[in-house]
Design a protein around this ligand. Structure first.
Ligand code: TYM
Length: 316
């Protein structure tokens, strides 16, 4: 039996945080042993918020280093960059022609942007169409993502069905894969950990940075248990173990935070060191990404030929 396929993407929007890691990145590294996989850098997605070319290039290099440091094996996973594969934007256009505005207006990301924003760019509105193309070009069985992206995977499924019904069976319907325990990782203020809330703990933080982040955790408590500290701590120790510790040290916030700092440092230090090793040879690291893009291009272009055939534009 052939292996199942997973696919996922991550925006090059700066330093990854432990929310990205436990919500998504860790799953890619775990899945690579039993699945064939595609992991890509969603650089065109990031354009709607990142319009500084130098920063964009730096961030892209940084994502490659991050994944290699985490143990993503380019022999097992096709690791590539979205902007290298023009089929993504091409297919997104085709999907846009079969999707209605009221349907896309129901997307959470659009509603959020609308609630916060004055003017929404067309790219933000159409975002789920590009994401549907990202996914469907590679016929994955599962799409491991954090809970915030679940609706986007559902939109990809709906779009695949719509296309299949209109033009004939072409796309496999993907499933979102979300690990229940870590569906949404809270940040230092208890809201979803996110760069836009400024409440993150960076995944490759140096010791002093870890300390600063943990000390800034807002300590709302009930019965002396600081729930925001606990919610992050449970990523590193079993709840049985933690409950005992937190009961014994009820009200001693400083001690509990110091313990979390130690646990984070134990977890992060080896990753940080591996990343520094890879960073010594950037051309080699970029060659890995380029080779991945060449592999992905073959798959995407075969699927796109099938799509062109189905919609009737393939006349030669
Ligand atoms: P992005 O770049 O915002 O986030 C990357 C992954 O990290 C997950 N994540 C979290 N999980 C749990 N708790 C959190 N606090 C948290 N913050 C982030 C996200 O769910 C995501 O899985 N649109 C996507 C990128 C994308 C994509 C795709 C993903 C583009 N095309 C196709 C899958 C398939 C995004 O902006 O993720």
């Amino acid at each position: 039996m052939s292996k199942k396929i997973f696919l996922s993407g991550v925006q090059p929007s700066g330093k990854p945080h432990i929310g990205n890691y436990f919500g998504a990145m860790k799953q890619f590294v775990d899945l690579q042993n039993e699945h064939d996989g595609y992991v890509f850098i969603a650089d065109y997605h990031a354009l709607h918020s990142l319009r500084n070319p130098k920063e964009m290039s730096e961030n892209i290099k940084n994502v490659v280093l991050d994944y290699l440091a985490l143990g993503l094996d380019p022999q097992k996973v096709t690791f590539f960059k979205q902007s290298d594969i023009s089929e993504h934007t091409e297919l997104a256009w085709i999907f846009e022609t079969i999707t209605t505005m009221p349907y896309l207006m129901r997307a959470h990301a659009f509603k959020d942007a609308q609630a916060r924003n004055k003017e929404i760019d067309v790219g933000t509105f159409n975002y789920p169409m590009l994401m549907a193309a990202d996914i469907l070009l590679y016929s994955p069985d599962v799409v491991p993502v954090g809970a915030d992206q679940k609706q986007h995977v559902e939109i990809a499924r709906d779009t695949a069905e719509k296309f299949n019904n209109t033009f004939g069976e072409t796309f496999k319907l993907p499933e979102a894969m979300i690990i229940k325990d870590v569906a949404i990782i809270p940040g230092t203020d208890g809201r979803k950990m996110s760069k836009s809330y400024n409440n993150t703990i960076p995944l490759f933080a140096e010791y002093e940075e870890i300390k600063k982040c943990v000390m800034s955790i807002v300590t709302d408590s009930s019965g002396g248990i600081p729930k925001n500290v606990y919610a992050i701590h449970k990523l590193f120790r079993s709840e049985d173990e933690l409950k005992k510790i937190y009961e014994e040290k009820a009200g001693k916030y400083k001690e509990l935070k110091e313990m979390l700092i130690d646990d984070l440092e134990k977890f992060i230090a080896p990753l940080r060191e591996r990343r520094k090793e890879f960073a010594k040879d950037i051309p080699k690291v970029l060659a890995i990404l380029k080779a991945g893009s060449e592999k992905a291009k073959k798959v995407a272009s075969a699927k796109m030929n099938e799509v062109r055939e189905k919609i009737g534009v393939q006349v030669y």
